[in-house]
Design a protein around this ligand. Structure first.
Ligand SMILES: Cc1cc2nc3c(=O)[nH]c(=O)nc-3n(C[C@H](O)[C@H](O)[C@H](O)COP(=O)(O)OP(=O)(O)OC[C@H]3O[C@@H](n4cnc5c(N)ncnc54)[C@H](O)[C@@H]3O)c2cc1C
Length: 437
């Protein structure tokens, strides 16, 4: 695909960026592909949403396209030796308060996919898995979806392994913090400037900077004078809190073979909550229900939501309200059973959101040579094996009409109030004036 004068600069080494780099170098081993990230790919701690202990890998989607895409990704997780060690098929147990379960089953049926997937009434579900979820909150619940073919992936390990593989195949990894994109006199993107004043150039610049993308575009618009570079309401940076409990002995034995748990809610009641099975080190993880913005003045008079300005996005600075949010998550799954667990290792994880939860995989209409592949919207990890395939199609102009429309920069955007996962509250409000961190 790449001609000799094509080169690719990918800003951000999360799942969108790494998958793009991997697919580019697999297609053309001689391509010039550079991944740029502010953190080393093998750092013990990173700001990337994609870097984490574990992430759910499921194809349980009401949305047909994401169901299909997730199954395509799972096929890779199950069969490709690069991905296989990181996928754990523990199943999912999804407590549903709407028609989610029926829609998922219907999607599998339409796709002709056979899977061990059932919809059970609450009284039956309570007895499954040795009654592990019998103390869960079933208020307003219609039924429980149990899909034994879904599961989770060891996210950080997987991200490291695929990045390393891409580098072995010829991708360069550059550790640098990008300050702005660089446009030439004709308004075409030619590369990026780093915060230390260096420049990196390429014929194609692909922004995969996750939650930092709106700020990067705002700073780039100010530098170039091209206001249309700004994301505006298209992308909002949102944060979510995770926390873990260290299990051992009897409790570890009891929870070792648990499925991923979900508490599904509606837009009126809040975002879905999740509980991930213990890792090999016995760490049981939850994410909380509160999804928040951090609106700041990034330039005089220019307000937008961005991760906190600390180098590590202040991801370890978790206030009491957000720790309580994780305790609530534990309670709605395990009730009294988890009352004595010590919740620790809290982390705030920042992702880029759109009102519909759809990605943006698109050329940037304000600058030739500039592209976006981002907006995981709290569900992007599971598509890691195949994201790059679709980014390449976007670069080549061969993305299907349906996907072009779904992932376009400019598209119809539904009212965010319809989206349970839309960031609704400000981090500063949660912290409060005298909140203890
Ligand atoms: C708490 C939480 C739980 C989640 N759980 C799941 C789940 O269970 N399953 C699932 O499928 N999805 C899940 N997601 C969503 C998923 O993790 C994200 O959608 C996905 O990882 C986003 O990937 P990304 O490549 O867009 O961004 P990121 O992984 O955030 O990567 C962006 C990269 O860009 C780099 N970067 C940013 N700005 C710059 C700059 N200026 N210069 C240099 N580098 C820069 C960052 O360092 C980072 O490495 C979850 C998200 C969160 C927050």
């Amino acid at each position: 695909m790449a001609s000799s004068n094509e080169s690719f600069l990918i800003i951000g080494a999360g799942v969108f960026g790494v998958s793009t780099a991997y697919h580019l170098i697999k297609r053309d081993p001689h391509a010039s592909v550079t991944l740029v990230d502010r953190d080393p790919f093998d750092a013990d701690s990173r700001v990337a949403a994609s870097w984490d202990w574990n992430k759910v890998v499921r194809a349980d989607y009401e949305d047909f396209v994401y169901c299909q895409l997730a199954l395509e990704a799972q096929d890779v997780f199950r069969t490709d030796p690069l991905w296989m060690p990181h996928f754990h098929e523990t199943g999912v147990y999804w407590i549903c308060r709407n028609d989610f379960a029926k829609d998922v089953v219907e999607n599998y049926k339409t796709l002709g996919r056979k899977a061990d997937i059932t919809v059970v009434p609450v009284h039956v579900a309570r007895k499954m898995y040795d009654g592990l979820f019998d103390e869960a909150d079933y208020t307003g619940v219609k039924e429980v979806l149990v899909n034994k073919t879904s599961g989770w992936a060891a996210a950080g390990d997987c991200l490291r392994a695929v990045t390393r593989k891409a580098m072995e195949l010829g991708v360069r990894y550059e550790m640098a913090e990008v300050a702005t994109v660089l446009l030439d006199d004709s308004g075409s993107c030619r590369g990026v400037q780093t915060t230390t004043g260096g420049t990196l150039t390429a014929s194609h610049v692909i922004l995969c900077a996750g939650a930092f993308t709106p700020k990067l575009l705002e700073l780039s618009a100010a530098r170039s004078g091209v206001r249309d570079l700004r994301a505006g309401p298209r992308i909002v940076a949102g944060g979510i809190t995770t926390g873990i409990a260290q299990l051992d002995g009897e409790s570890l034995e009891r929870f070792a073979s648990m499925p991923v748990g979900f508490q599904g809610y509606t837009a009126d009641t809040g975002a879905f909550i999740g509980s991930l099975p213990p890792t090999k080190d016995g760490e049981l993880k939850w994410w909380g229900q509160t999804i928040f913005k951090n609106t700041v003045e990034v330039l005089p008079g220019r307000l937008l939501s961005a991760p906190p300005s600390e180098r590590d996005y202040g991801q370890g600075k978790v206030c009491e309200r957000l720790k309580e949010d994780v305790r609530h998550a534990s309670h709605v799954f395990f009730g009294k059973r988890g009352a004595d667990w010590k919740l620790e290792k809290h982390r705030i994880c920042w992702d880029a959101f759109t009102t519909s939860g759809d990605f943006i995989i698109s050329p940037h209409p304000a600058a030739k040579g500039l592209y976006l592949a981002t907006c995981g919207s709290f569900h992007g990890f599971k598509f890691f094996p195949v994201l790059g395939k679709y980014v390449l199609q976007m670069l080549e102009g061969s993305l299907s009409d349906e996907l072009q429309r779904k992932w376009a920069w400019d598209r119809e955007r539904p009212d965010p109030r319809l989206n349970p996962e839309w960031p609704r509250v400000e981090l500063a409000e949660l912290r409060g004036p005298s909140s203890k961190l």
